[in-house]
Design a protein around this ligand. Structure first.
Ligand SMILES: Nc1ncnc2c1ncn2[C@@H]1O[C@H](COP(=O)(O)OP(=O)(O)O)[C@@H](O)[C@H]1O
Ligand SMILES: [Mg+2]
Length: 343
C-alpha cells in the first residue's frame, strides 16, 4: 500500500587510502626497441579503517610496484593514489608506515633501540615520545631482552619484527606490508599474524599486505584482492571468494571392502571414489544438489549397511580460488569477478 521512498544519503569516504586506475609501465632498455613491461595495469583499491586487505598474486603480478606507488617511491605512469585524511596527521606524524620486502629498512649496526630512535626522529617524533613508544613496541614484539643488541646479531624473525616495529614507531594509521612473513619460521609468522589482527581490529589501523602465501592471506585478511598480470581480477571477503567455488560436496571414508555396496548406495548421486591416505580405506566424494540431500545420502548408505567415516562438507580453500583466477585455463569467473582482457 505504501511505496518505499529511498533516500540517497551522502556517504563520506570511509577508506584511509585508495588507488584510482593506478598503472605503471617500466621501460625496457634491452633489447633495443622492446615494448615496455606493464607492471600494474589500472588497479583500483580501497583500504578501510580497521581492515586487513590481502593483496594476492603470483610473482611478478605487480604487488610490490603497487605498494611502492602508494608510498610515493615509484611514480605512476597513470592513475593516482588518494589518502583522504592527508599524508600527515594533525600532530605532524606521517600517517603511512611500510615494511618492504626483505628487512633492509633497519640498520644492522645500530642496536634495536637505536633503530627505533632513528626511525622515530625521521618521522617527526619528539625524543620524549620515542622512549615510551619504544618500550611499548619492544614488549608488543617480545624484543625487550634484545633492546641493546645490534640488529645484525638478531635472528631473521627478530629482524623482521624489528623492521615492523621501526615501521610503526610513529603509530601510523595506514600500514603497507610487502610479504611480511616471507621466510619466517612458523612461530614468528604466527606471532606477526596475531599482531596484525590486533592492530587492525583493536586499534583501527588500515592494513594492506601483499603475499603469495595463501594460508597467511586466508588467516588474516578481512578482504582479498587477487592481482594477475597487473590487473585486479577478483575482490571480495575471504568467505565471499570461497563461496564462489563452494560446490555442495561431501566427503567420507569407507572400508575398501565396502566399495561395491557404496557404489549401489550412490547410484543416484554424482560421486567419485579414490584412494584414501589411510590404508584400507577409500575416499568418497559426493556432489549434492541441495544441502537437504545429505539426509537422502545417509539413508541410502544406511540401506546398504555402509558406515561413512569422517563424513564432512568439502570446503574449498583460498588456494583453489587463487589458482582458478591466476592459473592457466582459469574458470569460475562470474559477476563478482572483475577485470578483463588486456587492450
Ligand atoms: N624497476 C623495475 N624495472 C623494470 N621492471 C620492473 C621493475 N620493478 C618491477 N618490474 C617488473 O614489473 C613486474 C611486476 O613486478 P613486482 O611489482 O615486483 O611484482 P610482485 O611484487 O607481484 O612479484 C615484473 O614483471 C617485474 O619484473
Ligand atoms: Mg613483490
Amino acid at each position: 500500500m505504501f511505496g518505499i521512498i529511498q533516500v540517497e544519503l551522502y556517504n563520506p569516504p570511509v577508506y584511509e587510502i585508495a588507488t584510482h586506475n593506478l598503472a605503471k609501465k617500466f621501460r625496457r632498455i634491452f633489447p633495443l626497441g622492446a615494448s615496455p613491461v606493464v607492471a600494474v595495469d589500472g588497479v583500483d583499491l580501497r583500504i578501510e579503517r580497521g581492515e586487513i586487505y590481502g593483496f594476492l598474486g603470483p610473482n611478478g603480478a605487480g604487488k610490490t610496484t603497487t605498494i611502492k606507488m602508494m608510498l610515493g617511491l615509484v611514480r605512476p605512469s597513470a592513475g593516482s593514489v588518494e589518502i583522504p585524511g592527508g599524508i600527515r596527521a594533525r600532530d605532524g606524524r606521517y600517517r603511512l608506515g611500510a615494511v618492504l620486502e626483505g628487512n633492509r629498512n633497519i640498520y644492522f649496526r645500530l642496536t634495536v633501540s637505536e633503530n627505533l630512535r632513528y626511525f622515530g626522529m625521521l618521522r617527526g617524533m619528539k625524543p620524549s615520545e620515542i622512549g615510551g613508544r619504544t618500550d611499548e613496541l619492544l614488549s608488543f614484539f617480545d624484543l625487550d631482552e634484545k633492546r641493546h643488541a645490534t640488529a645484525q646479531t638478531l635472528s631473521r624473525g627478530m629482524q623482521q619484527k624489528l623492521a615492523f616495529a621501526a615501521a610503526t614507531i610513529h603509530d601510523p594509521e595506514i600500514l603497507l606490508l610487502d610479504e611480511p612473513t616471507l621466510g619466517l619460521d612458523v612461530a614468528t609468522a604466527r606471532a606477526i599474524q596475531v599482531k596484525l589482527r590486533e592492530l587492525a581490529h583493536k586499534h583501527g589501523k588500515a592494513i594492506l599486505l601483499t603475499t603469495h602465501q595463501m594460508d597467511l592471506a586466508q588467516a588474516v585478511s578481512d578482504r582479498v584482492g587477487i592481482v594477475n598480470k597487473g590487473k585486479l581480477v577478483a575482490e571480495d571477503t575471504v568467505d565471499g571468494l570461497m563461496g564462489l567455488f563452494k560446490r555442495m560436496a561431501y566427503t567420507f571414508e569407507t572400508r575398501t571392502s565396502d566399495i561395491e555396496r557404496v557404489g549401489l548406495a550412490l547410484s543416484g548421486f554424482e560421486h567419485t571414489i579414490s584412494e584414501s591416505r589411510r590404508p584400507g580405506l577409500a575416499l568418497v566424494t559426493v556432489q549434492l544438489q541441495d544441502s537437504k540431500d545429505v539426509f537422502r545420502l545417509t539413508r541410502a548408505l544406511e540401506a546398504q549397511g555402509v558406515i561413512p567415516e569422517r563424513l564432512s562438507e568439502s570446503v574449498p580453500n583460498l588456494e583453489d580460488v587463487f589458482i582458478s583466477f591466476t592459473g592457466e585455463g582459469a574458470e569460475g569467473t562470474n559477476a563478482r569477478a572483475r577485470g578483463g582482457d588486456v587492450e
